[in-house]
Design a protein around this ligand. Structure first.
Ligand code: ATP
Ligand code: MG
Length: 295
């Protein structure tokens, strides 16, 4: 299995200024086609099950997996396929929506904290605090509802404001990593044409109608602004300790395989194995064995 962690077509090199347009949404690496992708994903899912079991038994590291994307890029499907078969006890998914009134009464990270994964577990964020420098950057008027002392009007929202938010996010992630949470960040990069195709599929296929939202088509009108916000965000928040991976999303089979490849290779870096018992604990096992056998 080719390790994709260093693939320059996928990773955002920390400190480098990038644009979304630098990344090809239909890139497929060295894979030949769907059959190969599906087979490799299956192998990776089995490998992940074992790695998760060790992570859980070891109970020291947590893994936070963040998905950001434009609508219809395939966040839900990727979560479903890549995480299939994992032990549900060791894995939780959170979807972040427009903040509630209660959430707006706190700083924008507040709602994240209670959703962070416990040691030994995976936490999956379907959208995240990154919305605060994406949708909110495209619609700065949303900031007014946050009642920030520094933002009494939209005119107050300048570059420095966004730079500060990127720094706040980098600091948060540094804090998490230093305290035992691995932070994996995936931007599922779908092209504008492919998004249109998927919206039309949702309209035409009755089984998919429920997935369609006319608000998504309205948001699509802001495509270029989103791409700019994503480009700035990727450039500012891809760090050595929590880099961004831009996953080509026009081919679903490749997207799912690439995400699983990166998760596995990052987990392997942790070098986790089942915990070994101390000598006195081993002696206790022997004693328990004797007791059971003597019944
Ligand atoms: P799906 O449509 O596949 O069910 P989704 O993630 O698009 O999944 P929706 O309920 O359609 O879910 O959308 C959630 C909306 O909440 C998105 O438009 C997103 O931009 C918005 N959102 C999430 N976090 C924030 C935030 N902090 N501030 C403002 N809007 C946010
Ligand atoms: Mg949606």
């Amino acid at each position: 299995m080719k390790n994709m962690l260093k693939d320059p077509k996928i990773i955002v090199k920390p400190g480098k200024k990038v644009k979304v347009a630098d990344f090809d949404p239909s890139y497929k690496g060295v894979l030949n086609g769907k059959d190969e992708g599906v087979k490799l994903l299956e192998e990776n899912v089995s490998a992940m099950i074992e790695l998760q079991d060790k992570l859980y038994a070891d109970n020291r590291n947590a893994v936070l997996i963040i998905f950001q994307a434009m609508d219809a890029a395939g966040k839900d499907g990727t979560i479903k396929h890549v995480m299939s078969g994992l032990n549900p006890q060791g894995c939780q998914v959170y979807s972040f929506k427009t903040p509630s009134h209660i959430e707006l009464d706190h700083d924008y990270i507040w709602r994240t904290y209670s959703c962070l994964p416990e040691r030994g577990r995976f936490g999956i964020f379907n959208r995240s605090y990154y919305e605060e420098v994406l949708v909110v950057k495209v619609h700065p008027e949303y900031l007014l509802a946050q009642n920030l002392p520094s933002v009494r009007s939209v005119e107050k929202v300048n570059n420095e404001f966004w730079e500060n938010r990127y720094n706040q996010i980098n600091n948060l992630e540094m804090h998490l990593v230093e305290n035992g949470t691995m932070v994996l960040k995936f931007f599922l990069n779908v092209s504008k044409d492919e998004q249109k195709k998927r919206f039309l599929d949702r309209i035409e296929d009755p089984a998919r109608n429920w997935k369609f939202s006319s608000a998504d088509v309205k948001e699509r009108q802001h495509w270029d602004e989103y791409m700019e916000a994503y480009s700035d965000m990727l450039s500012a928040t891809s760090t050595e300790y929590a880099p961004w991976y831009v996953i080509p999303a026009d081919r679903k089979w490749f997207m799912r395989y690439a995400v699983s490849n990166i998760i596995i290779n990052r987990l392997k870096e942790l070098n986790i194995d089942y915990p070994e018992l101390a000598e006195n604990e081993k002696a206790r096992l022997e004693e328990a064995k004797r007791m059971l056998e003597g019944e």
